[in-house]
Write a protein that binds this ligand. Structure first.
Ligand SMILES: Cc1ncc(C[n+]2csc(CCOP(=O)(O)OP(=O)(O)O)c2C)c(N)n1
Ligand SMILES: [Mg+2]
Length: 363
């Protein structure tokens, strides 16, 4: 076996935390919480905006305007922090719950709405912002992320890719292959697992017998890091470190952001069927937004003006989302078939014929 650099042998079970649940700075010294005031405020603004839009998406689904929605309530810090520290040219490969990441990237909420409404399949508009379309087939996006990272390597680019995945996704065969390829080829890819404690109704305790999800990294020969996923500054700094390592040729990292899905799995789910309110209440006390607000207040960074600005932006963006969803034109059914490959394949041609015939019968 070829010997390269020494392999990481341990993972700290205690997640990296820079701000405690009361908003106090912790004694953590390995990572810095020093960011410009403008960045500190921006992180707050984006977390609140994510939560506000999340509510609007759920409302739109309830009004029958969307086919489905997967709420990220409770995971705002994990998503905003991990994406805010990246370059705009670093490619994101989301699962489907990453609203905070899409917003940091500047993807218009209406485009996210179009994907959940089904008026524009797959959210192709995302790619303009170096973000792959949402991936519902669990774990497949991790292979795409590694492939894109290998391409960047061969092209001599210094961009990194980030695969967003869930605790449940780590049990998929695709994810094993992605992690192994990434490590063997020293690819600039970060695996960002949001361990939100549940994979629909499957608790993480039944998902793996490993000491933690981050520990799995050791078997692949890459660093594994646990971070408090409800601490936006910790997520920011841990991802910044992993991205810098990947960018400088140091290979992949597996980050486990320990967080919680406060809402339902999707709008089609009723979590009261499989989890108890005491558990939800425990995590509600760890809500990332009040914690970060308390920190900013203690640091003298928070102000009424900031809160008003954030509230005004949230209100405006919620209205923009509603307008975009209500006004979305129906898409041309042909696009489903013609945008898959450069040229339509015989199989797709047959499917298109079948669908056209079906539609003609029902019109
Ligand atoms: C390949 C595949 N198998 C099963 C499903 C059904 N499914 C949808 S979401 C989900 C759970 C995923 O859990 P996790 O990875 O923890 O992500 P979370 O939804 O918690 O963000 C499953 C099993 C699917 N979409 N794709
Ligand atoms: Mg999960």
């Amino acid at each position: 076996m070829a010997e390269s650099s020494p392999k990481p042998m341990t993972v700290d079970l205690v997640p990296v935390q820079l701000v405690d649940p009361e908003g106090n700075p912790t004694a953590e010294r390995r990572y810095s919480r020093d960011l410009p005031e403008e960045t500190l405020c921006w992180l707050y603004e984006m977390m609140v905006l994510t939560r506000e839009l999340d509510i609007e998406f759920i409302n739109l689904k309830r009004q029958g305007e969307l086919a489905l929605f997967a709420s990220c309530r409770g995971q705002e810090a994990a998503q905003v922090g991990a994406t805010a520290c990246l370059r705009k040219t670093d490619w994101l490969f989301p699962q489907y719950r990453e609203l905070g990441a899409y917003l940091i990237r500047g993807i218009p909420p209406g485009h996210v709405g179009a994907a959940w409404r089904g008026t524009w399949h797959g959210g192709l508009e995302f790619t303009k912002k170096c973000c792959a379309p949402m991936s519902v087939p669990i774990g497949t996006q991790t292979l795409h992320a590694v492939g894109a990272a290998m391409a960047a390597q061969r092209l001599g680019e210094d961009s990194v890719t980030v695969a967003f995945l869930g605790d449940g996704a780590t049990s998929e065969g695709d994810v094993h292959e992605a992690l192994n390829f990434a490590a063997v080829f020293t690819t600039p890819c970060v695996f960002y697992v949001q361990n939100n404690q549940w994979a629909i109704s499957m608790p993480v305790s039944r998902q793996t017998a490993a000491a933690s999800i981050a520990h799995k990294a050791l078997g692949y020969g890459m660093p594994g890091i646990r971070v408090d996923g409800n601490d936006v500054l910790a997520c920011y700094t841990v991802m910044a470190e992993a991205a810098a390592r990947a960018r400088s040729g140091g290979g992949p990292t597996l980050i486990e952001a320990v967080t919680y899905r406060l809402g339902a799995h999707t709008t089609a789910d009723d979590p009261s069927r499989y989890r108890n309110q005491e558990e939800v209440d425990r995590w509600l006390a760890l809500d990332p937004i009040p914690r970060y607000r308390a920190y900013l207040q203690a640091q003298g960074v928070w102000s009424e003006r900031l809160e008003e600005r954030v509230a005004a932006r949230s209100k405006r963006t919620r209205a923009e989302l509603r307008d975009a969803v209500f006004g979305a034109p129906d898409f041309d059914i042909d696009d489903v078939f013609t945008t898959v490959f450069a040229e339509i394949t015989p199989g797709l041609q047959a499917q298109r014929q079948q669908l056209r015939a079906e539609l003609a019968r029902t019109e």
